[in-house]
Design a protein around this ligand. Structure first.
Ligand SMILES: Cc1cc2nc3c(=O)[nH]c(=O)nc-3n(C[C@H](O)[C@H](O)[C@H](O)COP(=O)(O)OP(=O)(O)OC[C@H]3O[C@@H](n4cnc5c(N)ncnc54)[C@H](O)[C@@H]3O)c2cc1C
Ligand code: SF4
Ligand code: SF4
Length: 369
């Protein structure tokens, strides 16, 4: 695949994605031009530019998306219907205790971003920090700025607006950290020749993500008097657990579900299949991450960071890869079998350009889980 262009524009982005509620607030279309803006987690076309063929439509992760073609273009490892292409899977953590403590599950993402900046392999990293309560995109140029943005914010922050801003600024080489839907948008940007300065995007670090929360969660918390989330987590088989300036707060799984973004029910990519590296929980030990190495560039980065003593690796503990594959397959099956709704939520798989044999193989593997 050399080019990803779809012959539609902002009018269709509004009528096919944003209007019907499929937008997952990745932010890729926001600030791509002066006419599309994000306010909180809502994205809107504020002025009709009249373009019949706009980048905003081509790069959206909820317009026609051919995962197989995008993966081939990124030269990901051997295909796997459960996790996407991968070369190696490790358990990993930062070597520095300060980074482990600041990070979500071992600080792997922060350690890698800090390594890239320290060694001048990248000039800046596009991250998602917070202003206390609400998540905000952050262009980190120093290790301290990376550390300040560590930790998971479970709201669907449109942080790729930060990439659009950065593409027009001085930094030449960018690393970007994103949720799987954001990783898809980044790959679409890289293969859309009319996106100016797209070559600045050098490394894509993807997170695992089975759902993201609508910003109604923050409005709910604000009403409860919360001004700051210090740390949030989703322990296995539990809802959302938060340490806040007003003390600890827990939402049950059902209460948490009420805040899940509608578009997340149509997402079949829980492990950032198109990233250079994918990072998520091991489910067994919260001071280590599961690290999926996918591309040659990702593999080389892991080798350099490990050789420099920044990253620690170990083989996954028994059963953890199987359990991750099973969780991913279950999510895919729920979406592909949904026929319009899943758990009472609307599902739209119209954007997925999935070959019938790939669909069948996912469903057959999922049936064996
Ligand atoms: C919305 C969301 C849902 C997730 N769901 C799961 C899950 O179901 N299962 C699982 O195993 N892992 C999930 N993760 C990933 C997990 O929480 C950790 O981010 C991952 O393990 C990396 O840990 P770390 O210690 O290396 O990260 P850190 O070193 O703490 O770095 C975390 C990085 O994540 C970025 N980030 C934070 N919030 C967001 C956001 N909202 N959008 C984009 N980037 C963000 C920051 O830029 C930061 O650089 C989720 C993450 C998010 C943001
Ligand atoms: S999913 Fe991303 S690119 Fe698509 S409309 Fe929403 S913010 Fe824009
Ligand atoms: S579940 Fe999918 S669509 Fe929702 S935030 Fe995560 S990656 Fe994006």
């Amino acid at each position: 695949m050399t080019e990803n262009r779809l012959p539609k524009g902002p009018e269709q982005l509004m009528s096919e994605v944003i209007g019907p509620g499929w937008c997952v607030s990745c932010g890729a279309c926001a600030d791509l031009c002066p006419y599309i803006k994000a306010v909180g987690d809502r994205v809107a076309v504020i002025h009709p530019c009249g373009l019949a063929d706009g980048n905003c439509y081509s790069i959206c992760p909820r317009t026609a998306t051919d995962y197989a073609a995008l993966a081939t273009a990124g030269a990901n490892g051997n295909p796997d219907p459960a996790l996407g292409g991968w070369r190696r899977i490790y358990h990993a953590r930062a070597a520095d205790t300060q980074v482990i403590c600041a990070g979500q599950y071992g600080g792997v993402v922060s350690a890698l971003a800090m390594f890239l900046l320290k060694n001048r392999e990248c000039d800046a990293a596009v991250l998602t920090g917070s202003d206390g309560l609400y998540p905000r995109w952050k262009l980190a140029r120093s290790e301290a700025e990376v550390l300040a943005a560590a930790g998971s914010k479970y709201g669907v922050c449109p942080s790729l607006a930060g990439v659009n801003r950065a593409l027009g600024l001085a930094p030449e080489r960018l690393a970007v950290v994103g949720r799987p839907c954001q990783v898809v948008a980044l790959r679409k940007m890289q293969y859309c020749s009319s996106v100016i300065n797209r070559d600045k995007i050098q490394l894509v670090l993807g997170l695992f993500c089975f759902w993201g929360l609508d910003y109604t969660i923050y409005r709910f918390l604000a009403k409860e008097g919360v001004n700051k989330i210090i740390k949030a987590d989703v322990p296995k088989d539990e809802g959302l657990s938060m340490e806040t300036d007003q003390g600890n707060l827990k939402l049950s799984q059902d209460e948490t579900r009420a805040f899940i973004r509608t578009g997340c029910y149509s997402c079949i990519d829980p492990t950032s299949e198109l990233a250079d590296l994918s990072i998520g929980s091991t489910e067994a030990d919260s001071s280590w991450c599961a690290l999926i190495v996918r591309t040659e560039a990702g593999e080389a980065l892991v080798q350099r960071a490990t050789a420099s003593g920044v990253l620690q690796l170990r083989e996954p503990t028994e059963g953890t890869v199987d359990s991750l594959r099973n969780a991913a397959l279950s999510k895919k099956r729920r979406v592909l079998a949904a026929e319009g709704t899943e758990s009472g939520h609307s599902v739209n798989t119209g954007y997925l350009q999935l070959a019938e044999e790939d669909r069948r193989s996912i469903m057959e593997m999922a049936d064996r889980v």
